[in-house]
Ligand binder design. Sequence first.
Ligand SMILES: Cc1cc2nc3c(=O)[nH]c(=O)nc-3n(C[C@H](O)[C@H](O)[C@H](O)COP(=O)(O)OP(=O)(O)OC[C@H]3O[C@@H](n4cnc5c(N)ncnc54)[C@H](O)[C@@H]3O)c2cc1C
Length: 304
Amino acid sequence: MRSDVLDVVIAGGGPGGLSAALVLGRSLKHVLVIDEGKPRNGVTVKSHGFLTRDGSKPGDIRQIAQEQMAKYKNVSIIEDIIDDVVKENGLFTSTTRSGKKIISKKIIFSTGMKDHLPAILGLHDVYGKTVFHCPYCDGWERKNEPLAIFGNGKELFPFIKLIYNWSQDLIVFSNGPAIISDTEKKELEAHGIGLVETPIAEFQSNDGILEQIVLIDGDAISRKGGFMLTTGEKQSSMIPARLGIPINEQGQYETNEHGDTNIEGLFIIGDAKNTFTSIVGAASQGYETGVKINGEFAEEKWSD
Ligand SMILES: Cc1cc2nc3c(=O)[nH]c(=O)nc-3n(C[C@H](O)[C@H](O)[C@H](O)COP(=O)(O)OP(=O)(O)OC[C@H]3O[C@@H](n4cnc5c(N)ncnc54)[C@H](O)[C@@H]3O)c2cc1C
C-alpha cells in the first residue's frame, strides 16, 4: 500500500464528522477531516439538549472538540471543500477546492444539509433567533409565548400538536390555502388555535426578535417567535449521489444501519442521513460509524 494513503477522509467537521474523527484517532487510524466550516446551525446563538453542553454556542462546541483532538497527531483537520471524489482500485481520491488530491481507504460524508428558506422579507433576520424548526432544540426558551407555526400539507397537523406542548398560544400560518381536513380545522378551533391562510408579506423584527407577521392584505399579527415545519433543506453535498448513493423522498441519503452504503468503504452519517439528527445524535452516529470502520480495519489487519 502507498505511504500517502490515509485510512479515512472525513468530509465535514460538524458533530458527526468530528466524533467519527475522535474515535478513529483513538483507534490509531490516520484521519483527515476536511471541513468547509459552514454548519447548518451557524445561524443560531445557542444550542440545547446536548448533555454537558446545554446552552453552548455552536462554535464553542466545535472549538472544544478541535482542541481535544489536537493531541491525536494522527488526526488532522483542514478548512477546505471536497469538490469531487472518485473510487478507483478500491481507493477514494478526494479533490478539494484548493487543488489538493487526497487518497484514502475509506471516506465518511458528514456534510449535513443546507436550509433554503422561502423568499419572504425579513425571514432570515429571525430564523435561528426567535423562529426555529426544532422544538426540542429551542422550545423551552419559547415556552408559553405567543407563537406562530409556519407550514402546510399533511405533516402540518402533527407538527401543531407537537408545538402545543410548549405553548398553547398558537396561530398557524399556512401561507396559502391550508391543506388540512375539516376535522383537523375543528380540532384547531377547539384548542383555541388560529389559522391564517393569507400569504405572508414580511416578518418584522427587532434585532432578531420577531414582532409581527405582515400579510399581503396589509394585516399585521403580533407574535414573539415561531416554528417552521420545513426549512427547505437540501443535501450540502451531491457527491455521494454522483457516486451512486440513492436519495429517498425525504431528501436523505439511503444508508444501512451504521452509515455504510452500497459503495464499499463509503459511509454517510448525521443530517445527510437523517435530515435533522441533532448534535448529540450526529455525534452518536459518528462514534458508531467510527467503531464500525475500525472493526473492519482490525479484521483486515488480523488477516494480513
Ligand atoms: C437553526 C438551527 C438550530 C439548531 N439547534 C440545535 C440545538 O439546539 N441542539 C441540537 O442538538 N441540534 C440543533 N440543530 C441541529 C444540528 O445543528 C444538526 O443536527 C447537526 O449539526 C448535524 O451535524 P452534522 O455533522 O450532520 O452536520 P453539520 O453540523 O451541518 O456539519 C456539516 C459540515 O460539513 C461541511 N461541508 C458540507 N459540504 C462539504 C464539502 N463538500 N466539503 C467539506 N465540508 C463540507 C459544512 O460546511 C459543515 O461544516 C440546529 C439546527 C439549526 C439549523
